[in-house]
Design a protein around this ligand. Sequence first.
Ligand SMILES: Cc1ncc(COP(=O)(O)O)c(C=O)c1O
Length: 446
Amino acid sequence: MEKAPNIVVEPPGPKAMEIIKVDDEYLATSTKVAKIAIASAKGALIKDVDGNTYIDFSSGVSVMNVGHCHPRIVKAVQEQSAKMMHVAGTDYYYQVQSDLVERLCHLGPGDHPKKVFLSNSGTETIECAMKVARWHFPDRKQFIAFTGAFHGRTMGSLSLTASKTVHRERFFPLVPGVAHFPYPYCYRCPYHLEHPSCGLLCANIIKEHYFQNVLPPHDVAALFMEPIQGEGGYIVPPKGWHSAIAKIAKDEGILLVDDEVQAGMARTGKMWAIEHFGVVPDIVCTAKTLGSGIPIGATIFRKELDFGVKGAHSNTFGGNCVACASALATLDIIREEKLAEQAEMKGRLIRKRLEEMKEKYEIVGDVRGIGMMQAVEFVLDRKTKEPAVDLRNDVTSLCTKRGLVAIGCGRSGMRIIPPLVIEEEYLNAGLDVFEGCVRDAMRECR
Ligand SMILES: Cc1ncc(COP(=O)(O)O)c(C=O)c1O
């Protein structure tokens, strides 16, 4: 096995600095988290331009569940590119697109008939879901979403996103008519209650108070939720929350939209994260991993919600041939390499190590997640739970220096999301590096 991590020059090395300099000059500011200039990536390993090798604990932000440059993805993309790259799948017909939509309809949660709209990113799948809901309910103008949610950054999805004010600041007015309710973040319960004695107030308050006093439920077209909140901090709702929310929606005829963009595609040990909670949504949004690096998004909805009128919704690149070929290969790999089972098994290993770290290091306030969607939340004090934001940033920088690619979430959390195919040796090595960084960052801050 190749030695990893293997840091030969402290990153960013001289070649990385050349690229960073040009980016800084010409690339619009977005969300860069580490000064790593990547030359290539394979499986769970990433190599930078200065010859350093890193273990990937971020999966290209939840995209590379099947690992970087999986040979079957490379082959599917190469073969499809040589045959046909683009002819507008929204306007014409071809095999890879019809194969993909048929498969997605059969894969989507629930036994009901479904249809799919294909796009190019997570945010577009949400835009589509908003339009499906508006189209279906011309008289219902409101949406429900949750605080901490991340559904994307285009103007529609941004109206639902509420994970950090920096995402929204200076972009108002957004799409009007979104009511946000607190997500069940039990570690920091907004109502200062404890589960289960709370009686799931965070769900029931919607029906018992807001629907009575503020928000007429028959004005609400759709409720958007992440089954596990991703960018907001890898927050797993307590038992019963999803079904309570689903019932509230169903009782009022509100469409339930399940945003699986980050949590779906076997990451949690099941194809869809919502399957852990026994709820069947009306609309499912998936992107990120679906194309294993080739941009594609899919909004899968009940067949009867289809627009049914040409031109009501369409795009240029949705269902692009190469993206469809890559998505089909991704679905094959997930099934044939049993990635859900792998996620469950390796997720247990990750969780055990993180729990041990929580025992040892006071700064680890909480450990949470399902399958290989795990995270830790750093705090300055376990009693006050003051978020250790700088310390989390220090851990991230140390990880980079020591050859681990890892990203934060929430205010002071850190995701542990390697590709599902990561070899156990690299997984353990990565966790060793992570633990060393946590220990040293804690020492330095004391
Ligand atoms: C749950 C969720 N929904 C939607 C999005 C938006 O996806 P994209 O960045 O591809 O537009 C993200 C991105 O992180 C996400 O995590």
